[in-house]
Design a protein. Structure first.
Length: 251
């Protein structure tokens, strides 16, 4: 079978975006890694949040082989993605005012912790309020978003603001409005979304930067190992026991 031209074009587009993020966001990613390292050293906790498909990148750094054991998922019931029926309910919940505050108030997050908020558009009420309320509680907020949406769309939050407006550190995914890299004759809707590829890479690069910062400070980064390699479960058990008071996905 001959190679797919469109498949190749998608890979080229994704690689181009990854190279842009690597070159243009390196300072911000390093700053995010330093903020996470500061929190780990100070005894704080780490949280990640995303709604809809943005939740995929948040979930990718929680209880993850090769990831920081201290990263916890901030869960908004029904907003994680296509795990609810109908799937459109998740999109509707992203636009509900007050939901983020209720979730934060009942979570273990407190002043001095870090919250990473992932939202491609950064325009819906849920991620905007999650960042606003977290900062009001004294958390440091890292936003992972496409800044293009803040200049090319209108906010759906009552303040008129976007996620990027309520973060201590912003990591720009460079994804264009619409999240579709392929547009060809004969197919009316553009397709080939690259946001998951790029955003997940940002999250892993941020984790690597945090590990580097911890190492430079003489602190062993609390990383998890794969449970599918010999000794992995035993390693993870020791790490989870050591940091039990800062890990919430086991309770």
């Amino acid at each position: 079978m001959s190679e797919s031209k469109l498949a190749g074009q998608f890979f080229d587009a994704a690689i181009g975006l990854l190279e842009r993020v690597r070159d243009e966001e390196s300072g911000n990613i390093a700053a995010a890694g330093a903020a996470i390292a500061d929190t780990v050293v100070a005894g704080g906790r780490l949280f990640a949040f995303g709604a809809g498909h943005s939740s995929l990148a948040a979930q990718d750094v929680v209880y993850r082989a090769g990831g920081l054991a201290l990263m916890n998922l901030m869960v908004v019931p029904g907003a994680l993605g296509v795990d609810v029926m109908p799937a459109t309910l998740g999109s509707a919940l992203e636009r509900v005012d007050g939901l983020a505050g209720a979730v934060l108030d009942s979570s273990p997050a407190t002043a001095g912790d870090v919250l990473v908020v992932v939202s491609l558009s950064g325009r819906n009420a849920l991620p905007v309020e999650m960042a606003m309320n977290a900062r009001a509680l004294g958390l440091k907020v890292i936003g992972v978003t496409s800044v293009a949406y803040a200049t090319g769309t209108r906010s759906r939050h009552s303040s008129g603001g976007f996620l990027r407006d309520h973060c201590d550190i912003v990591l720009d995914s460079k994804i264009s409005i619409g999240d579709a890299e392929l547009d060809v004759d004969g197919i009316e809707a553009p397709f080939g979304p690259a946001s998951t590829v790029v955003t997940s890479a940002i999250m892993q690069a941020m984790t690597a930067a945090a590990a580097e910062q911890l190492l430079e400070r003489g602190v062993e980064p609390p990383m998890l190992r794969s449970g599918n390699v010999d000794g992995g479960h035993e390693w993870n058990g020791r790490v989870m026991t050591q940091y039990a008071d800062r890990i919430f996905y086991r309770h």
